[in-house]
Design a binder for this molecule. Structure first.
Ligand SMILES: [Zn+2]
Length: 423
């Protein structure tokens, strides 16, 4: 049997691996227990002796695959495994009006959107900032739901030709042809609780052409040609507004932030359902556009992701096309430092904790980067340990072509170049 370090499980769970279970961190390094509901209640009472034993990798896999992780609790300690020689954070001066948001362009420049409604490109190598055009979004009210504020956000298609400017936690957006400097589409995500999610949007390449995936209602995604606005996913109805009998494709789901896997084969949908509770789903855009036009409805309804995440719109990032990392809040919410993320394998349903990881997640395919008020943490995914903490640097943007993470600062950008460790 493979040794699995410090994970133990209770006898009830080992006898019934298909049960709901809880992941309890003891606060002693990486030590953790997988517990059934009854043992989870007992663990909080001092003096109660739990009947747990160390488990092997095969037993852990079985519980991951057959069972359902209903919550995480206890006390988390970060496993520190420091490395040396990480590059320093650099400051790059950015003249002109203050920048509100930015996104990476494949030609290694940044696309910027400023407080004066200016869309511009910025080349950090030359320091040149060039205005493209002026773009405004419709006025919207900031409802400040759960500390989420109406926020402008830029997305760029992988070819660099089209960009979208949207309001996260709002309903409106526009698509821009960066070459012809014109607006090609207006986006409307609907008026049913858009304040609860970032504007669902992702650009993909399909048949060698850019395609935009965007929310057109709380429970509906569509794909369009960003050059002409032509709808590529005509189907209906998806909402029972007519009072007629429910369609078999009705979807009771609020689509959330969309995350495209590194090679573009899968999209994670970080949405939610009433009570409210987060429900993570994934779909394959190629299948949607070339096969089943109901892909986004059918996949959300039939998937049963083996990990409960009460919240949504917190740390999430792909590592590769098979694995992603998501943050889960501890059910006892003992302290803000008590964070944990799970590395999830999409085909096998295996999940592995990374104790202490939380915030905005990014990845270079090898490491996990997490940014929060503490700073930027670099995690060794395989070991679940932290390789470095860069205090005071809390990036919001990633530039995969430059291998950089960036934070907008006063009159400039703070940039950190991640080392290439792939060879
Ligand atoms: Zn038990």
């Amino acid at each position: 049997m493979d040794d699995n370090g410090d994970v133990s499980a209770c006898e009830h769970l080992l006898a019934n691996p298909e049960s709901d279970y809880y992941w309890y961190f003891t606060g002693k390094g990486p030590e953790s227990f997988l517990l059934c509901e009854a043992c989870r209640k007992d663990v909080t009472h001092k003096g109660v002796k739990l009947n747990v034993r160390r488990i092997g990798l095969d037993e852990l896999k079985l519980i991951n695959q057959e069972g359902y992780l209903d919550g995480v609790s206890g006390e988390v300690t970060v496993q520190e495994c420091p490395v040396s020689h990480l590059p320093p954070v650099r400051f790059i001066e950015l003249p002109g009006t203050p920048v509100l948001t930015m996104t990476a362009l494949p030609d290694r420049r940044w696309l910027l959107y400023s407080a004066s409604h200016e869309l511009a490109v910025f080349d950090p190598n030359t320091g040149v900032r060039k205005t493209l055009m002026s773009v405004s979004l419709p006025e919207e009210t900031d409802e400040a739901w759960c500390n989420r504020h109406l926020t402008p956000r830029l997305h760029c298609d992988p070819s660099g030709r089209f960009a979208a400017l949207v309001h996260d936690y709002g309903r409106h957006g526009v698509v821009v042809d960066l070459l012809e400097k014109r607006i090609t589409m207006t986006l409307d995500g609907g008026d049913y609780h858009p304040k609860t999610v970032p504007f669902s949007l992702s650009f993909i390449i399909h048949n060698k052409r850019p395609v935009i995936i965007h929310r057109t209602a709380w429970n509906r995604l569509d794909a369009s040609d960003p050059e002409t606005g032509r709808l590529l996913t005509a189907r209906g109805p998806t909402d029972d507004q007519s009072g007629e009998e429910q369609s078999s494709h009705d979807l009771d789901y609020f689509h959330g932030g969309l995350y495209l896997s590194p090679s573009g084969t899968r999209v994670l949908d970080d949405g939610w359902v009433w009570s409210p509770v987060g429900v993570l789903a994934h779909f394959e855009p190629e299948n949607w556009l070339s096969g089943n036009v109901w892909e986004t409805e059918d996949k959300v309804r039939t998937q049963n992701f083996p990990l409960q995440r009460e919240d949504w719109d917190i740390g999430i990032s792909w590592i590769n096309d098979e694995q992603f990392v998501i943050q889960v809040l501890l059910s006892n919410k003992a302290s803000a430092k008590n964070q944990v993320a799970f590395l999830c394998h999409i085909s096998s349903d295996e999940i592995t904790p990374i104790a202490g990881a939380g915030g905005r997640f990014f990845s270079d395919g090898v490491h996990l980067f997490s940014a929060n008020a503490e700073g930027l943490s670099v995690w060794n995914i395989e070991q679940g340990s932290r390789a470095s903490l860069i205090a005071g640097f809390s990036p919001t943007f990633t530039h995969p072509w430059r291998r950089e993470l960036a934070q907008i600062s006063n009159e400039g950008i703070l940039c950190w170049h991640w080392p290439d460790t792939s060879h």
